[in-house]
Design a protein. Structure first.
Length: 149
């Protein structure tokens, strides 16, 4: 039997958040946090709107999930994010003790794996889910920004 609530399904929901960021002129990265097949938090980049370099999609989602759960630990949760977490977001994920991270596109310049940032030892990682769509959205965004200049 096919599980309709698989990694692909939730990455599509994270992509919906990324498109929302794109529409706001933000770098199009989106995230959702899932627990027991329920989305408990959503986030997308808000660094320009909030004038805050820490307002990454993951950080928005971590805060929303902690508020939803009434606690700071997310061991039973999965983070779906369209771009590999940066060093800051990977560090935050360490402190949340998130159970699993699923990301779409790799970030070969600023991703946590390139910078050897440690995740929590119990955090599982899956990469490459809807990678082509996640990468294309980012490339299209940056191409459109170059065209404006």
């Amino acid at each position: 039997m096919i599980d309709p609530f698989d990694d692909d399904y939730y990455m599509k929901k994270a992509l919906d958040e990324a498109y929302e960021a794109y529409d706001k002129g933000e770098v199009p990265v989106g995230a959702v946090i899932v627990m027991n097949n329920q989305i408990i938090a959503r986030g997308h980049n808000l660094t320009e709107q909030l004038n805050d370099v820490t307002a990454h999609a993951e950080m928005q989602a971590f805060t929303a999930a902690a508020n939803f759960l009434g606690g700071k630990y997310l061991q039973d949760c999965t983070l779906y994010v369209t771009l590999e977490p940066c060093q800051m977001c990977a560090g935050a994920s360490y402190w949340t003790q998130i159970g699993k991270i699923v990301y779409g596109a790799s970030d070969v310049q600023r991703g946590y794996s390139k910078l050897n940032t440690l995740l929590h030892p119990k955090t599982k990682v899956v990469s490459g889910i809807r990678e082509e769509e996640c990468s294309k959205l980012l490339k299209d965004f940056f191409l459109s920004r170059r065209d404006l200049n």
